[in-house]
Design a protein around this ligand. Structure first.
Ligand code: BGC
Length: 419
């Protein structure tokens, strides 16, 4: 499964229709995103109200489905039929793929006026540019390698928050004995990979992660360390419940919120769910780095790509959207709800909770130490075709009791070469 496997062909074929964008009324900005869970919707509302306050009409184009696979499919068909939205939630190397098709707008004017080059960490601004020109704007930095726990559930089981994978399985076993679901998990391949990459980081370390999953070095993908990673990953499955298949990530988070489950490995959009449910960090739920990953940070940056639009009003609304996203007010309000931290540098963090403060500190520290790595599960590291192929292998391995780590490694090596 790739995000948009036939994108190039389809776009070429429809180059003519691309020009026939539908007319719409002044100042309208249509925005495609996949923020439909409780916490996500609150964050999206912040974007909507920011635009409405500027007098623009917000046309919501929400496509449900965590991780965004469904949204990307819908986006592709909209662009192919010559009816692109003004902005769409697109991330990482996919931004480059879309830009290469010539459908994205150059927003250097807004970026220069706002001084974005000095307001964004280079690791972020590089991703927002295509051939040196801004084509997208970042809203946040999510950390993916988190473990969320319910302290009541852990207490009931006599377990403590694990700091490495051995401790993780001790806690999981205790939770199981206490009659709870040890690990809340769902059923899409991006959820499997979210767990997988945290295990890879915790078992193998940042250097291994980079070599195996980002650079896709065949020897590292086939190494003894990778075998241990896969075996550890598969062991996690024993502590998930039978109904995980098909479950959405936020419903898994809800199990931790209610105390039915003890732990969840998920990025910090999960915190948005806890907060939207009125839960207090450090009291009702605990955030900790995924086992063995305290000195590392898997980043996932949400961003909006701007599509070429016609008409001065639409261009104005689009530019206003881009500028508003980079404002301190928006970056604060949005991220307080989303669970992430601002993408913009130098933001005051006093209104943020301890999880966000830790994330902010670790983002800076790991950038210096070499522990900052891009998330593969969330489209930050590899071309979308490769990402899809690797996710498929990892999920097949997760779901197939008979597949050995060695088989999975062989398949990963060929998936890593996907075109
Ligand atoms: C996005 C988040 C989103 C999550 C679940 C991730 O890929 O970056 O913004 O909340 O998927 O939908």
């Amino acid at each position: 499964m790739t995000r948009h496997p036939t994108l190039r062909t389809a776009l070429l074929a429809s180059a003519a229709t691309l020009l026939l964008t539908t007319a719409a009324f002044a100042g309208e900005v249509e925005v495609l995103h996949w923020w439909t869970s409780g916490g996500e919707a609150k964050a999206a509302a912040a974007l909507k109200s920011t635009m409405q306050a500027k007098g623009h009409t917000w046309k919501d184009f929400a496509v449900a489905g965590g991780g965004g696979d469904a949204a990307m499919t819908v986006l592709k068909s909209r662009v192919v039929s010559g009816n692109a939205p003004a902005a769409a939630q697109i991330k990482g190397p996919s931004l480059q793929e879309w830009a290469a098709e010539g459908v994205l707008a150059n927003i250097d004017g807004v970026a220069q006026a706002g001084g974005w080059d000095s307001l964004l960490p280079k690791v972020v601004s590089d991703v927002m540019k295509y051939k040196g020109h801004y084509i997208a704007v970042p809203v946040n930095v999510h950390r993916v390698n988190w473990l969320w726990t319910n302290p009541e559930a852990l207490k009931k089981a006599g377990a403590k928050v694990p700091t490495n994978w051995d401790e993780f399985f001790v806690a999981a076993e205790a939770l199981k004995k206490a009659g709870l679901v040890p690990v809340a998990h769902g059923g899409q391949n991006w959820q499997d990979f979210t767990t997988f990459e945290s295990v890879a980081l915790g078992v193998g370390g940042a250097e291994f992660y980079r070599k195996a999953l980002v650079q896709r070095d065949p020897a590292t993908l086939g190494s003894a360390t990778m075998e241990r990673v896969l075996a550890t990953f598969k062991r996690v499955k024993d502590y998930t419940d039978k109904n995980a298949a098909g479950r959405d990530w936020n419903l898994a988070t809800a199990m931790v919120i209610r105390g039915e489950a003890g732990m969840q490995l998920m990025g910090d959009w999960a915190k948005g769910e806890f907060l939207a449910a009125g839960k207090v960090p450090g009291k009702d739920f605990v955030c900790a780095a995924a086992p063995g990953t305290a000195n590392a940070f898997t980043f996932n940056i949400d961003s909006f790509a701007m599509f070429k639009v016609k008409g001065d009003d639409k261009v104005k609304a689009q530019n206003d959207l881009a500028a508003a996203i980079m404002s301190t007010e928006f970056q604060e309000l949005f991220n307080l709800n989303k669970g992430s931290i601002p993408a913009r540098l130098g933001m005051k963090m006093d209104k943020f909770d301890d999880c966000a403060k830790l994330s902010s500190k670790d983002f800076v520290d790991t950038a210096k130490s070499g522990g900052l790595v891009p998330s593969i599960a969330h489209g930050m590291a590899v071309p979308s075709a490769v990402e899809g192929a690797m996710k498929d292998v990892v999920s097949q391995f997760w779901n197939d009791a008979k597949m050995s780590p060695k088989d999975a490694m062989t398949r990963l090596v060929s998936a890593a070469k996907a075109k």
